[in-house]
Design a protein around this ligand. Structure first.
Ligand code: SF4
Ligand code: SF4
Length: 314
């Protein structure tokens, strides 16, 4: 059997790999981070967007405040130990309800981390964001994607003329005292330290007043989300790799989505697999508190072998 055929046959049976070994799984522990995907539409169309967002992709619809409220209520009623509520997309600031959603989360006493590309659209909400930041200065966090410290690499991924406007937007947010962190990438040819130094020099050159460190610069390794040629993960991988299932996002995080055509919110196992029914765990948080079988190439390439996840560090 050829390699290509092998790859197509992998990740089929939830419980067994193609070789018939027991597939690895992750038990749900305590829910620490709850994500809301506020919709997959995006003003950019990045080459390696794992969720395939674009100005046309509306497979996940815009959430409303009423979609978010039942989950906030469930957290309160069951005293779930949620430490952070994350908001992701697409570009969350395209969603016309975004301020209401953020405000609902903050008023319920949660910390909110909003992932944004900070490219133009965010400025529609400048005044309202300033007000929210004045009211909740210790609870509102923004994480801006600046793909790389060079204009060339950033724009190859994110599109022509996206680099400087994003950098200006970051400068504005910091000058107005928002809690900002940066998400970027380091290339296979670079070390983490080289990338960190590159980002530091960039910010210095453009007078962006943020002192970068490992705490506020999250750097992900270069990944090819379209390459599905990755090994399946079996139960024996944990000891071989010296890694435990509790280190994966699906052991302590969940993501709420509203799939097009269903008009109901659902809870997915993690932020990385937003469309796959097999990773849809129910409609409520209690229903979603179940074991996840690592039956997707991203489980292998991003999480177990790649050392990358949509980290909720803020
Ligand atoms: S900005 Fe983010 S969500 Fe939008 S296309 Fe790029 S990676 Fe995807
Ligand atoms: S992609 Fe990662 S976080 Fe998501 S289900 Fe697979 S292993 Fe878990």
């Amino acid at each position: 059997m050829g390699k290509t055929l092998d790859n197509k046959l992998k990740f089929q049976d939830p419980f067994k790999t193609l070789k018939g070994e027991e597939r690895a799984s992750v038990d749900m522990g305590e829910l620490k981070t709850l994500w809301f995907n506020t919709g997959t539409l995006c003003n950019l169309e990045c080459q390696n967007c794992y969720i395939e967002s674009s100005p046309k992709n509306d497979r996940l619809l815009y959430l409303t405040k009423d979609d978010v409220l039942p989950y906030i209520k469930e957290i309160e009623e069951n005293s779930l130990p949620v430490e952070l509520i994350g908001i992701t997309g697409g570009e969350p600031f395209l969603n016309p309800n975004i301020i209401n959603i953020i405000e609902t989360i903050l008023r319920a006493g949660h910390k909110a981390l909003v992932l944004t590309n900070a490219y133009k659209v965010i400025s529609r909400w400048d005044k309202k964001l300033l007000t929210l930041n004045q009211l909740f200065p210790d609870k509102l966090f923004l994480r801006v994607s600046l793909d790389h410290f060079t204009k060339e690499v950033h724009e190859k991924e994110r599109g022509y003329n996206t680099f400087l406007p994003t950098l200006e937007s970051i400068g504005w947010l910091i000058s107005k005292s928002f809690n900002v962190s940066i998400a970027g990438r380091f290339l296979q040819s670079e070390s983490y330290t080289e990338a960190l130094d590159g980002f530091k020099s960039l910010f210095k050159k453009h007078e962006v007043p943020l002192s970068l460190s490992e705490d506020n610069l999250v750097l992900f390794p270069e990944m090819d989300s379209k390459n599905l040629n990755t090994p399946e993960i079996t139960t024996s991988c944990w000891s071989i790799l010296g890694k435990g299932p509790e280190s994966l996002m699906c052991s302590s995080e969940r993501m709420v989505v509203k799939p097009k055509g269903q008009n109901k919110t659902k809870v997915q196992a993690c932020t990385l697999i937003p469309y796959n029914k097999e990773f849809e765990l129910g409609e409520s948080l209690s229903e979603s508190s179940k074991k996840v079988f690592l039956n997707h190439p991203f489980c292998s390439s991003f999480c177990v072998l790649g050392g990358s996840s949509c980290s909720s560090t803020y």
